[in-house]
Design a protein around this ligand. Sequence first.
Ligand SMILES: *Cc1c(COP(=O)(O)O)cnc(C)c1O
Length: 368
Amino acid sequence: MTLRIPADLLPGDGRFGSGPSKVPDGRLQALAASGSTLMGTSHRQAPVKELVGRVRRGLSELFALPEGYEVVLGNGGSVAFFDVVTHALIRQRSQHAVFGAFGAKFAKAVESAPWLASPTVLRAAPGGRVLLLPEDGVDVYAITHNETSTGVMAPVERVAGDALMVVDATSAAGGLPLDAAQSDVYFFAPQKSFASDGGLWIALLSPAAIARAEEVAASGRHIPAFFGLTEAVAQSRLDQTVNTPAVATLFLMAEQLDWMNAHGGLTGMVTRTAASAEALYGWAERSSYARPFVTDPAHRSLVVGTVELDEAIDRVAVMDVLRRNGVVDVDAYRGIGTNQLRVAMYPAVDPVDVEALTHCIDWVVERL
Ligand SMILES: *Cc1c(COP(=O)(O)O)cnc(C)c1O
């Protein structure tokens, strides 16, 4: 027997997954309407190049990119970009702030590259946070703007010295505040705050980052073409990619960027994610059976919220009832927390729907 959540409690849209994430209604129809002028046409011709240009301009506007910064994109998603950093940006040695699964995966990619010196890895336990520290001999500092596995956010701030600041912003970009001048490489993918699909990486590169890519490329190191950066920069300047991109993914991202820029830009988006976060953490703090997983309120993410439930509550049964009622993907990241739910609060997610989700969880818990 399935519990039926009353219709007036249900969120307008029940997709709360951390990635792929909610694609707003109407977007797939817009894609269908653009139909044969884009899909199935050459990425070397004007219509798709114009689409890539729309994405690049939309990002420059959203992040108010400083003079000389460039929007560069390529295939493979954010995890592939870990290897771009390893092959094409680290001269010799990096330092990593690791406070969750994605930061750990990034550090691991670097640790396993035999041409690099062993990186310094600063670690915090899940739910905690560690920041970068000035260190001699380091030429890249790497941090995760939002650790999607644990729901911890970190500030993007330069470390003293002239090493490159490399930021995995996969789930943060577009939903957390950013002063782009504080980073050299701010990279992300379209399936999180940009309400699109996976498979591409996008990086905001400073002039210093572009110069570093040229320096490393000229050093004689073997760089597989897929992980090269200089050709990606050259192709991006032409509104193209090194190899064929997913055109539908670019289209959905361009539509979301137009919406973001028309609704207050990054400030408007952060207002939205902050309202969602207030609804989620406020509820968890008032609840008799739930609490925020991240103990320091200043570290609690505005874009991916994690909540621990009392052990007496059957989390899997709660998620099962939610799913049967169209409310999906609130599962914790594997191995994080003891009895946890994780809720994406990207800009496309309506704060009112996060509030409705909390009422639905209460309703289900009372009846199980
Ligand atoms: C989702 C995510 C990734 C992985 O992105 P892919 O595009 O699937 O490779 C990496 N880092 C963070 C912080 C993420 O949230």
